[in-house]
Design a protein. Sequence first.
Length: 137
Amino acid sequence: MVDLPDRALQTVADRARPDIVLGISEEGRIVGVLELFKGRDGHAEIGISVEDSFQGKGYGKALFLDGLAAADKLGLRTADLYFASENNGIRSLVHGASGEIQQRGAECEAHIDIGHFKHGFVDMHDPGIPRPTHFHH
């Protein structure tokens, strides 16, 4: 993952046109990003990326939880994530949200019922992990 200053991340977010971009910073730089795109009928597509050296430490979980909470606030009811089948971190997060995963070869498609997961929005963040910052809406 390329190191981007906050201003550069904002430029990328502006061009991509997601409805929400959350970033998480550590050591004075962005190390993880979540993008949420609103679809039709209360549905969202979510993408999450965390720098390799910060994976497995709770940064993706913080982005995931805040992303689902943000989707809920927008009135979205379902969300999909697409990820590589070997990405056990995302797989674990989806299972923790009672989501369903369909694997097709090396890729997976996850479906999450946000309304079913609402109980999970209770502050489950690790206090040692910074909270994501909302960059775009």
